[in-house]
Write a protein that binds this ligand. Sequence first.
Ligand code: GLN
Length: 481
Amino acid sequence: MDFRGATAYTLRDEIAAGRVTSVGVTEAIFHEVEQRDGELNAYISLMAESALEKAREVDERAKRGDALGPLAGIPVAVKDIICTKGTRTTCGSRMLESFVPPYDATVIGKLRAADAVLIGKTNMDEFGMGSSTETSYFGPTRNPHDPSRVPGGSSGGSAAALASDEAILALGSDTGGSIRQPASFCGVVGLKPTYGRVSRFGLVAYASSLDQIGPMARNVRDCALLMGVLAGYDPKDSTAVDAEVPDLLTGLDKGIAGIRIGLPKECYSEGLDEAVKSAVLGMVERLKASGAKVSEVSLPHTEVAIATYYILAMAEASANLARYDGVKYGFRAEGTKNLFDMYCRTRSEGFGDEVKRRIMLGTYTLSAGYYDAYYRKAQKVRTLIARDFEQALERCDVLITPTSPTVAFKLGEKLDDPLQMYLSDIYTISANLAGLPALSVPCGVASEGLPIGLQIFGRPFEEGTVLRAAYSVERVLNGNV
Ligand code: GLN
């Protein structure tokens, strides 16, 4: 059977009603992986055996008429930075090439309880550090729309898997745009939830004050469905917030009429591709025609957001990655002379260049003498950035910007110029600095046939409003308005 382009929400009901089998869907997905992943390299590890076992179980329960979870029988891909008990979790690094976690991340437990079928672990930039999936130890992932281009990153494997029918739903993680930018480059939907909305327990830490796990999907309703499963308090994560999770599916089609949209003027100026700009602003015009109220707002500290983000993210990374010392778990260099030599060679051989660059810069900004000038100052600017958003979101319900200043770029194009790579995160990083929910949804196609993503920011814990606005964008794009 052909399940290309199938939606999770209809498939789930078909499976639960016994009209379609989860085994059939799962086998079709693995068939697609076999056909395409040799070229795309979206997966680092596959979980064929356990996936089919789960699919068979779901089918049997469906046959008996048993109650089934909200993701019953649906194949889900998981970014390889999220711990899966018994299946290796590499973070795209040689350091964790054969690390098999002894426990599941909280979100994995939730997927299992929702009767999802976990199909594999997706490729990513090493430890989430990158915007192209090219820093992976396991080789780059390619963009299904044009294999000479990157899928974005760091959750590039998850985005490419969705765009190539190698998965129906996927998990990503987002520290500075790693869910949204690849979603934009691959023409899928990705949501970074409010900080604290989804448990980080079992998410391998990159920059803990910025990291969030979030849903990726091929349409907004599927994204809302998966978000509903992931969200919620978790006593195992001290930063998880104990706030009620509303039903994200029912309000989805309420429309855009009356919603106040803010356009931050700093996000539509220099450095933005004309094609991206006109697709995003063209969509905003059409939302206005459907009754949205549009006004210009200002986020005055946008200019310093990249510098602030990279100081804080690297500082936190340098502390978090200190744990990879060859002693407790992960890679250990062979034939070392003494303890110092073992630490030194393990880290030299186990980490790639980008990770090392960040550890060094992070260590520098945290060192005595430089701490006040860099780290403490960046913390203060972070507060100013958060205040910009707070003020803008007092007058508006959502803010709309491009997700990325360009469409997917060529493999290798920015690899030797880290600053250019960092600049591609200009519109996404602020949501992490401010802790806000933000989503990328396709809003058009550039002349080369490459997808363009539109980003929607919301107030803290108002993922529902963000998803509702995104649903309107999707309807306009599909010509249903
Ligand atoms: N590209 C950004 C970085 O390299 C964001 C990555 C992410 O969100 N994990 O830090």
